[in-house]
Design a protein around this ligand. Structure first.
Ligand SMILES: Nc1nc2c(ncn2[C@@H]2O[C@H](COP(=O)(O)OP(=O)(O)OP(=O)(O)O)[C@@H](O)[C@H]2O)c(=O)[nH]1
Length: 337
């Protein structure tokens, strides 16, 4: 099965009690015609409670208890995905609700790591649910709350119904300081635009959906977690080999602090654009569509993570600029490592 037929997976994350199950239930109870969803719910405790809180006993619900998907039960995630796929009948989407303390990075990386799996399922996007009442305090106290927000491809502000406008604005600003690129929706007891949770294609190498238009002109402000979003642009073509070596060295050396990277890159001697997606030390990339004749061919790269030095990243990128004497050469895709 090719990637285009792979079942899209939405990872629903957010801090403890943020409102993930409420949103999952809203999705499962909304009219959806013939659509069929698979659901994986992860919990820390040996006795799963969340699974029984999920509406719809006839759904394909798998509960993964006694550990966290981002560490101890990561192998179980692959097993659960396989079980859902093998139950027969076509699934339109799979929803994975993480524990409230999960770091979405390793979970997202699972989808890039496993070649067999990536033919059958593809990560559509990470949706992070924010608790409008508590998010500021959680950010002050819990690093993982910042990772969950920074990693999001879509933010959902839950409990918007029980905060006043000033509190809501403060919660949104706290999230925006860590991630100004992801769209933000509001939810009141699961009342939200459900369709907006799907079709994010945040990990799709087709550039048109990478969402660079949403990348902020001003980089995300540093917080107490030193989490930031660095965006780089360059109007010179890059040497393919040097760029790929630099990216691979970068994620290998800094993969724990660079949570997420993505970019569209102009390579010397290549009419098509290189598109890459990175999750921590995993890197996936390919040369795709041709640049349109009148298109802005600047390379655009985004890095989200901790303790990043924009000047150092920019210098590293500029060191990859192709020399005029470099003979045009074909580009190799970036190999996953
Ligand atoms: N008023 C209000 N309450 C909400 C909203 N979303 C969730 N809640 C309440 O918040 C509590 C926690 O909601 P859950 O959906 O279970 O949160 P969760 O993120 O799944 O929780 P964990 O799985 O324990 O991390 C429940 O009592 C919900 O009814 C909302 O939008 N408005």
């Amino acid at each position: 099965m090719g990637r285009e037929k792979a079942v899209p997976v939405t990872v629903l994350t957010g801090f403890l009690g943020a409102g993930k199950t409420t949103i999952l239930n809203a999705v499962l109870s909304a009219p959806r015609g013939q659509k069929r969803y698979g659901v994986i719910v992860n919990e820390f405790g040996a006795i799963g409670v969340d699974g029984s809180l999920v509406i719809g006993a006839d759904e394909d619900v798998i509960e993964l208890a006694n550990g966290c998907l981002c560490c101890s039960v990561r192998g179980d995630l692959i097993g659960a995905l396989e079980t859902l796929l093998e139950r027969g009948g076509e699934l339109d989407a799979i929803l994975v609700e993480t524990t409230g303390l999960a770091d979405p990075g390793p979970i997202a990386a699972t989808f890039l790591l496993d070649d067999d799996l990536s033919d059958r399922v593809r990560l559509d996007g990470v949706v992070t649910v924010l608790d409008a009442v508590h998010v500021e305090r959680q950010l002050a106290e819990e690093d993982v709350a910042a990772s969950q927000i920074a990693f999001a491809d879509l933010l959902v502000l839950a409990k918007s119904d029980i905060v006043n406008p000033a509190q809501r604005l403060a919660a949104e600003e706290a999230a925006r300081a860590l991630n100004s690129a992801a769209p933000l929706l509001r939810s009141e007891l699961g009342d939200l635009d459900i369709e907006a949770l799907f079709g994010l294609r945040a990990y799709d190498l087709n550039t048109s959906r990478l969402g660079f238009s949403a990348v902020p002109a001003v980089d995300g402000a540093r917080s107490s977690h030193a989490m930031s979003c660095v965006s780089l642009t360059l109007d010179r073509s890059l040497d393919p080999a040097r760029f790929m070596d630099w990216m691979q060295d970068l994620v290998r050396a800094r993969g724990r602090s660079i949570l997420r990277s993505k970019g569209v890159v102009s390579l010397q001697g290549e009419d098509r654009r290189l598109v890459f997606q990175g999750v921590q030390t995993m890197l996936d990339g390919d040369v795709r569509e041709r640049w349109a004749p009148d298109e802005d061919r600047r390379s655009r790269l985004v890095f989200i993570g901790r303790d990043m030095d924009k000047a150092e990243l920019q210098a590293g990128l500029e060191a990859c600029i192709a020399h005029p004497s470099t003979a045009p050469q074909r580009c190799r895709p970036v190999a996953a490592s």
